[in-house]
Design a protein around this ligand. Structure first.
Ligand code: TXE
Length: 484
């Protein structure tokens, strides 16, 4: 194991019922560093038996101290966990940077966001109320928000800390017990987080982590008959598997499946304000972001100007190893590199407006040059499919109706933004765009822990983040008392 990681736990183990356990099959998976391609250790290859043990531990926690903890106590555990995360922010950032290949400052922002999720959901735990409902004479009717029970969390490799914060944070705040299956490509901060939760006083079994392959541990978790809710972030294809498996047990799922998010730049846009958002939203985390803005729709009168300004930024982008902390790091895996390179090949017929610069990149790392294509038509494959790499296309439009039509013209609908000074146009476009979030004269609103997030169409369904997520992690009971 590389010294640089400085782990305080054994990554080849699962954390089940507060115990570090080798996977029951005794198998391991390689842990590789995306920046160099080198194998730097091993992680556990958990399977169905480990998932079963984790579910049993979660059930025991619900029957024990965790099930008895009231909302204030649950909130306080999350606050203590927040403090432990903050104390370890730099260490967690370093682990994530090496494991995921993220530039260090981006990994640090993720660790800070994780802490903020814990603060938000810790504070929300005792503020989730039922209602009283006026009803027939002689009745008192009220609703109770209750935890589902055992919740399954399948997390991808692109933002492990943030996704764990938003899903496990909300699930614990509402009194569920969690089984977390992190991605095989990046599971270290999930294990670190669960160990910190133990240190914060979270009872054994309330949060269990079983690393492993999606087809083994992941499939076992989604098909488990005693799991009562599944939260999944990942690809559309796997999301369909997850929803199909959960349907056999009639279990609710939250699916966050990525997108092809547009930014609409109208002729009256403040380009100076827009420019950093236009580019950063496409290249952050090497474009491996569900809410990446991969389509820039530009009103024709400003087309040359926007293309020129974005191209200048692209030309200055530096790509290198995570710990070099440049603008863009490597992609997560050789597989992801080949997916993104395949898209770049399919863009050979397009006008390449600019590319970033590779800076001292190790031979075996998974690097691609950030690439901006100009003058793209909305029907091109690069304008329709999720690429999940640092690639953006500029698509011209002539009027507002056409802009909306192009914006709504993919299978996805996760995030969109509108750049215009015209207030009426802001309101019209925000209503007409089919998307889970719409931003006006910004993109992403600084991360927005408080802001409900999720998609329409193939971007998925259900909402995470914000107070809204607490409804998803609870079930509503109506109590009707007749007292005459
Ligand atoms: O995703 P998967 P992959 C998109 C992105 C990327 C593509 C492939 O376009 O290029 O997906 O990435 C677990 N039952 N996104 O292959 O397979 C898996 O172990 C249960 C967008 O990594 O969806 C991992 O923990 N679980 C996305 C998680 O699912 C299964 C983030 C995600 O893996 C499973 C990541 C199964 N049968 C990729 N198979 C976003 N929305 O941000 C796999 N898994």
């Amino acid at each position: 194991m590389t010294q640089e990681l400085d782990l305080w736990f054994d990554p080849a183990k699962c954390l089940i019922n507060g115990q570090w356990l080798s996977p029951s099959g005794g198998q391991e998976l390689p842990l590789s560093d995306p920046s160099t391609g080198a194998c730097i250790g091993a992680i556990a290859r958990g399977g169905a038996a480990d998932i079963d043990a984790a579910v049993a531990a979660a059930e025991a926690a619900l029957a024990g101290d965790w099930g008895r903890a009231n909302a204030v106590e649950r909130g306080r555990v999350l606050f203590r966990l927040q403090q432990l995360v903050l104390e370890k922010v730099d260490h967690l950032a370093r682990i994530e940077a090496i494991d995921v290949g993220k530039p260090l400052k981006q990994a640090r922002a993720d660790a800070v966001a994780l802490a903020r999720y814990l603060e938000f959901y810790g504070g929300a735990a005792d503020k989730l109320h039922g209602q009283t409902i006026p009803y027939l004479d002689g009745y008192t009717v009220y609703t109770l928000r209750e935890p589902h029970g055992v919740t399954g969390h399948i997390v991808p490799w692109n933002y492990p800390m943030q996704i764990i914060g938003r899903s496990v944070g909300a699930a614990l705040a509402t009194g569920n017990a969690c089984v977390l299956k992190p991605a095989e490509d990046a599971c270290l901060t999930a294990l670190a987080f669960a160990d910190l939760a133990r240190q914060a006083g979270l009872p054994d079994g309330a949060l269990n982590v079983v690393p492993g392959l999606g087809s083994e541990a992941g499939a076992a978790l989604t098909a488990h008959p005693r799991v009562h809710h599944i939260s999944f972030t990942g690809s559309v294809a796997t999301g369909v598997h997850v929803q199909t498996a959960a349907a056999q047990n009639v279990v609710p799922v939250t699916l966050e499946l990525g997108g092809k998010s547009p930014q609409l730049v109208f002729e009256d846009a403040d380009l100076e304000a827009a420019l950093p958002f236009l580019v950063n939203a496409g290249i952050q985390n090497a474009g491996q972001t569900c809410s990446a803005s991969s389509r820039i729709l530009v009103h024709r009168p400003r087309l040359d100007e926007v293309t020129g300004l974005m191209a200048a930024r692209y030309g200055a982008l530096k790509v290198g190893p995570a710990l070099a902390d440049l603008d863009v790091g490597p992609l997560i895996s050789a597989r992801q590199e080949s997916i993104v390179s395949g898209f770049l090949d399919r863009g050979a017929d397009l006008e390449k407006a600019a590319e970033g610069v590779l800076r001292d990149v190790p031979e075996g790392g998974n690097y691609v040059r950030p690439t901006l294509f100009a003058g793209v038509t909305p029907d091109h494959v690069l304008a329709r499919d999720e690429i999940f790499g640092p690639v953006q296309v500029i698509i011209p439009f002539d009027d507002e109706d056409e802009a909306i039509e192009i914006a709504n013209g993919t299978d996805y609908g996760l995030v969109a933004s509108i750049w215009t000074r015209d207030g009426a146009r802001q309101m019209r476009a925000a209503k007409k765009i089919r998307s889970g979030q719409v931003f006006i004269n910004n993109y992403g609103a600084g991360g927005g822990v408080e802001l409900p997030f999720g998609g329409t169409g193939r971007s998925g369904h259900g909402r995470e983040k914000g107070f809204e997520a607490l409804y998803g992690f609870t079930t509503l009971k109506t109590v009707a008392a007749y007292h005459g």
